[in-house]
Design a protein around this ligand. Structure first.
Ligand SMILES: Cc1ncc(COP(=O)(O)O)c(C=O)c1O
Length: 402
């Protein structure tokens, strides 16, 4: 018997995409062919410099041979069932416990950042017996109803009903903001305070150290869990393995995604303390059928071992190249008053004008450089191992596009 899969073949990928894929935005007009280091190539071998790395995903560059080799030669079972024992799960859990801050040691498996943050919210609710949250206004923590509820208030305008009782703290994130929020924490009905330690989604907003310390101690005082979302900032992006280290944070829960597998697999994790995991054991059932699929774990382990083995030199590069980016960007002539912000290789150019930022992004794309615009900000997340020649080449393109 002949099986006809589809006789409705579109002649080119762009048409087929617009016919079969439901999307919010139109895709970029680049049909990806291959990627290598800090470059991507379309199917016709047109080369682009990638200053985005999939938004903090490809941290050690695309297509690292050793990692590809490990994945291609994988003997992991093509098998999925959360109820089994699986040795590499324990290896990944142990590795994550060894590199995350403080006494975080128990991992929940997840497939992506949204699921990891959702898990953190459930754990916090179960542990505290409370149902309210505090987060930072305008932030992004994922795309489920719960994570949209703790995200920007604009989501509420779009969807109407989201989770109630999600309070938003407006920047600037200084001592005064922490004191303002104490009034809410005092009621002892907030399950968790959730934030990125460096807020990529607000144009690389770096909170004051005093704010972070005070929030952490207020959470402790009033029994609110302190949840840090390192989905974007984790695994070296800001010049430390985790951005929490800049503030000496000891979060109760830490969420990881994106750079956890360097773009080689879909995988994420939520890590918490043994005490919290024990307390919520009978209440929180995060089944996640595909969470930590053996093939994804194999890929993530190969990548993380590569990253950890080179930790010192990679972080050194992040810090020196971060300085280089900021120095070069500060030398450039922009149309409006501009502020360059950044920590390590999480970089924002606040151009002060949304239309101008978008115009620059489009021009860069024409000139084969990938950057992102977000409101008035242009964001850059280059590979952690980018070399100075590639950085300069991309920055010169950028300068010519202003
Ligand atoms: C800080 C942060 N948290 C969570 C998420 C959600 O991750 P994912 O898209 O993997 O669900 C994102 C995605 O951009 C993010 O930047």
């Amino acid at each position: 018997m002949e099986i006809i899969i589809s006789d409705k073949k579109e002649t080119n990928t762009k048409d087929a995409d617009s016919k079969y894929l439901a999307r919010h935005n139109s895709p970029l007009d680049i049909e990806i062919g291959r990627s290598k280091g800090s470059h991507i190539y379309d199917v016709n071998e047109k080369e682009y410099i990638d200053f985005l790395m999939g938004w903090c995903v490809g941290n050690v560059g695309w297509g690292v041979e050793e990692i590809r080799f490990a994945i291609q030669n994988s003997t992991a079972p093509t098998y999925v069932y959360p109820e089994m024992l699986y040795r590499p799960w324990t290896e990944l859990g142990e590795l994550l416990a060894s590199i995350t801050p403080s006494n975080l040691e128990k991992c929940y498996r997840a497939t992506g950042g949204t699921e990891a943050v959702e898990a953190a919210m459930q754990i916090a609710m179960a542990y505290t017996g409370r149902g309210k949250f505090i987060s930072i206004e305008g932030c992004y923590h994922g795309n489920s109803i719960a994570t949209l509820s703790i995200g920007s208030s604009e989501n509420r305008e779009q969807f109407g009903n989201l989770l109630p009782h999600c309070y938003k703290l407006n920047p600037p994130l200084d001592i005064k903001a922490a004191e303002r929020i104490e009034k809410k924490l005092k009621n002892k009905d907030i399950a968790a305070f959730i934030m990125e330690p460096v807020i990529c989604n607000l144009g690389i907003l770096i909170p004051d150290g005093d704010f972070m310390q005070l929030i952490q101690s207020l959470c402790k005082k009033y029994g609110t869990l302190f949840v840090i979302d390192e989905v974007a900032t984790g695994f070296g992006r800001t010049g430390k393995m985790f951005a929490s280290e800049y503030f000496d944070l000891k979060p109760d829960i830490l969420c990881m995604g994106k750079g956890i597998s360097g773009g080689y697999a879909d995988l994420a994790a939520t890590i918490t303390t043994a005490k919290i995991a024990k307390s919520v054991k009978s209440k929180v059932n995060l089944y996640s059928t595909y969470g930590w699929h053996p093939l994804s774990v194999e890929a993530s382990l190969a990548y993380l071992r590569y990253l950890v083995d080179r930790k010192e030199s990679l972080l050194e590069n992040v810090n020196s190249m971060g300085e280089f980016f900021r120095m070069r960007l500060n030398q450039m002539d922009f149309k409006y008053e501009t502020e360059v912000r950044g920590l390590g290789l999480a970089i924002a150019v606040d151009t002060g004008n949304e239309k101008y930022a978008e115009k620059i992004r489009k021009k860069c794309l024409e000139e084969r450089l990938l950057v992102q615009s977000d409101g008035p900000n242009i964001l850059m997340f280059p590979a952690l191992n980018i070399d100075e020649d590639t950085a300069e080449e991309g920055l010169s393109v950028f300068e010519n596009c202003l």
